[in-house]
Design a protein around this ligand. Structure first.
Ligand SMILES: C[S@@+](CC[C@H](N)C(=O)[O-])C[C@H]1O[C@@H](n2cnc3c(N)ncnc32)[C@H](O)[C@@H]1O
Length: 218
C-alpha cells in the first residue's frame, strides 16, 4: 500500500528511517530542494536528489513523496525493551500523529491503535511528520497486547517509575480509557495537574509519561 509523504519533513524522515521504502520524491524546484536538504538534512540529501523529479507540488515546502507501507512488526505487541503506547479508540488523526511523533522521539517500541481510526490514514501520517517510518505503527484489538498495562488517567495514582516493557494505555479525547483495558490494568497512573484543570490532551499526556521514562534512563 502506498503512503503519501506530504512535505519535506515527512520525506526526510521516511528517507532517514526506511530509505528502501521511499519510491518517489517530487520537488517544485530542484535547486530549492537541494538547498533545503543541505541546510536541514544533509544525511539524506543525496538520496532525496537521486529520487527527485520536478513537478507541481502543493505543499509549501515544495517537496512531496510516496513510500510503501512497511511490513507489520507485530512482535512488539508481546515483547519489548521500551514502552509501547496503546491509544484506545482515538478520534482525532492529528492527536494520533502527534503521539507517533513523540513516541519516535522518546524511543518507544511502537504505537498501537485500537478502534476505528486507521493509524496509517493520511491525516495521521501528516501529524507524525513521516515518523511512522521510525517505529512500528499498528492497528490492534486490545486483547492482542500483553505486558504490564499502565493506564493513564487523571484520577489515577502518582506515576512512579515506568517499566521498560510497559504498555502505556492512553484514552480517547471524549471517553478516556474504555472498560476493557481499564479492567486489565496493572496500574492506573496520573500526571499531576493544577486544581481546576480536568485533563491533558492525550498526546501531551503520552509525551509527559514517555519522557518521564526516557529522562530516567538518561
Ligand atoms: C482528553 S483525556 C480524556 C478525558 C476524558 N474526559 C476522561 O474522562 O478521561 C485523554 C487521555 O489523556 C490521558 N490523560 C489526560 N490527562 C491526564 C492526566 N492528568 N494524567 C494521566 N493521563 C491523562 C488519559 O489517558 C485520557 O484518557
Amino acid at each position: 500500500m502506498t503512503v503519501a509523504l506530504e512535505g519535506f519533513h515527512a520525506v526526510k524522515h521516511a528517507l532517514r528511517f526506511a530509505p528502501d521504502l521511499v519510491t518517489q520524491v517530487c520537488v517544485r524546484d530542484l535547486a530549492e530542494a537541494r538547498a533545503l536538504a543541505e541546510r536541514l538534512a544533509p544525511d539524506v540529501r543525496d538520496r532525496l536528489l537521486a529520487l527527485a523529479c520536478s513537478g507541481d507540488v502543493a505543499h509549501p515546502t515544495g517537496v512531496e513523496g510516496l513510500a510503501v507501507r512497511p511490513a507489520e512488526a507485530r512482535d512488539v505487541l508481546r515483547t519489548r525493551t521500551s514502552p509501547l503506547v496503546l491509544l484506545d479508540d482515538p478520534r482525532h488523526p492529528g492527536n494520533a500523529g502527534a503521539v507517533i511523533r513523540v513516541a519516535a522521539a522518546a524511543g518507544a517500541s511502537g504505537v498501537a491503535v485500537s478502534g476505528a481510526l486507521d493509524p496509517w490514514h493520511p491525516a495521521v501520517v501528516r501529524g507524525s511528520a513521516g515518523l511512522h517510518y521510525a517505529l512500528p505503527v499498528l492497528a490492534v484489538r486490545p486483547d492482542e497486547v500483553t505486558g504490564p498495562l499502565w493506564v493513564l488517567d487523571a484520577d489515577g495514582e502518582p506515576l512512579g517509575d515506568v517499566p521498560d516493557d510497559a504498555v502505556l494505555v492512553v484514552g480517547s479525547e471524549r471517553a478516556g480509557v474504555g472498560d476493557e483495558l481499564r479492567g486489565r490494568a496493572d496500574r492506573v497512573v496520573r500526571l499531576p495537574m493544577r486544581v481546576g484543570v480536568s485533563s491533558l490532551n492525550l498526546a501531551t499526556a503520552a509525551a509527559a509519561v514517555l519522557y518521564a521514562w526516557r529522562l530516567r534512563k538518561g
